[in-house]
Design a protein around this ligand. Structure first.
Ligand code: SF4
Ligand code: SF4
Length: 210
């Protein structure tokens, strides 16, 4: 018979020390790819330009692996908002406007014992009225537009609007971007974004990371 408390004691603390220390287990192809040679390469998301890989378009498919390799950096996010928001408790309300499920899973995984975002003061809430941030995932869907707008108007200010993943940012390879109707404060790329990227982006928008 297994004695669960003993198992836990043997295992010790599994929670990552990120962002105080380096991340240990980032999923390689969820980071933006970087060039390793000059060969032409087909990108199904049209994400490769002269400036490099567009974080809004890259769907982390790994099809460019002959000429690119994962950068392993956590920087595939971009801050639009200039002033930092709410260094203390930070509550997120998530809206799914039409995802495949993975963005939802990855976002909520920051709450599991390994990432444990609550140690940084990051929590989820079930109502936009209590939320400091709105995370919008999934492709443009006409029927979800009024729902998203209503959630934004129910939030107190300052509210951080996050477009989360390639679907709302570019429409992925099958849809339409939400950027034409929602003005974000923070965009997080990836398909889906890695939890380490999510945590770093949230710490930055809160003004807790330079
Ligand atoms: S990982 Fe896929 S989507 Fe991203 S740049 Fe490479 S080929 Fe394009
Ligand atoms: S960005 Fe990728 S992982 Fe996220 S909902 Fe769209 S298809 Fe799924």
């Amino acid at each position: 018979m297994r004695i669960w408390p003993l198992d836990s004691l043997k295992k010790g603390i599994i929670t990552t020390k990120f962002p105080k220390k380096e991340n240990e287990t980032i999923s390689p192809w969820s980071t933006l790819p970087k060039r390793k040679n000059d060969e032409d390469v087909f990108c199904p998301a049209d994400a490769i330009g002269t400036e490099g890989v567009d974080l809004k378009k890259c769907i982390s498919c790994g099809l460019c692996d002959s000429s690119f390799e994962p950068s392993l950096k956590t920087d595939n996010y971009s801050m639009i908002r200039k002033e930092p928001a709410l260094k203390k408790s930070f509550k997120i309300f998530a809206i799914d406007s039409g995802t495949c499920g993975s963005c939802n899973t990855e976002l909520h995984s920051i709450n599991n014992p390994y990432y444990d975002a609550s140690r940084l003061g990051i929590f989820f809430t079930n109502t936009p009225k209590q939320a400091d941030a709105l995370a919008i995932m999934g492709v443009y869907s006409e029927k979800m537009v009024p729902v998203i707008k209503e959630a934004i108007s129910a939030m107190s200010r300052p509210a951080v609007i996050i477009l989360f993943g390639a679907c709302p940012l570019s429409g992925n390879i099958f849809g339409k971007s939400l950027e034409s109707i929602i003005e974000p404060d923070l965009v997080i790329g990836g398909c889906p974004p890695d939890p380490f990227v999510i945590i770093e982006a949230l710490e930055k928008v809160r003004g807790r990371k330079q």
